[in-house]
Design a protein around this ligand. Structure first.
Ligand SMILES: [Zn+2]
Length: 125
């Protein structure tokens, strides 16, 4: 069984979205997009809703799916400098304490579709 899965329609919409993006980085444009709701923002990172949330995670129903996204374009966590790392851990600790599981794909993970590093915050029931 797949570890993470989207609803079929959401997955189809997601594929359309990726195709339309081409080479543009959606996460570099997040702060300029007025329709995007930023839930939390530090000097170097922000927390947003996943546009195309998973329906299932670890074989359970997903109740909420957020993402930590660094403001600047990094491809991997190990590229973060100390200031970005500190901001990132502040948000990881905050959301983990609120019951979110934390997951980030490595840059070479074939399931990682958007290159800009992002960390999934997933609450299941
Ligand atoms: Zn980017």
């Amino acid at each position: 069984m797949a570890m993470a899965a989207r609803d079929t329609q959401v997955q189809s919409d997601y594929q359309d979205y990726l195709a339309e993006l081409g080479d543009a980085c959606p996460f570099c444009q997040l702060r300029d997009n007025e329709s995007e709701q930023i839930l939390d923002e530090t000097d170097h990172c922000m927390v947003v809703h996943a546009k195309f949330p998973y329906e299932r995670w670890d074989s359970h129903t997903v109740d909420d799916h957020l993402m930590i996204v660094p403001i600047h374009h990094y491809v991997a966590v190990h590229e973060f400098d100390d200031a970005v790392s500190a901001d990132f851990m502040t948000l990881v600790k905050l959301y983990e304490s609120r019951g979110y599981s934390v997951y980030a794909r490595a840059a070479n993970n074939p399931s990682k579709t958007i290159r800009h590093q992002h960390t999934h915050l997933i609450k299941i029931s």
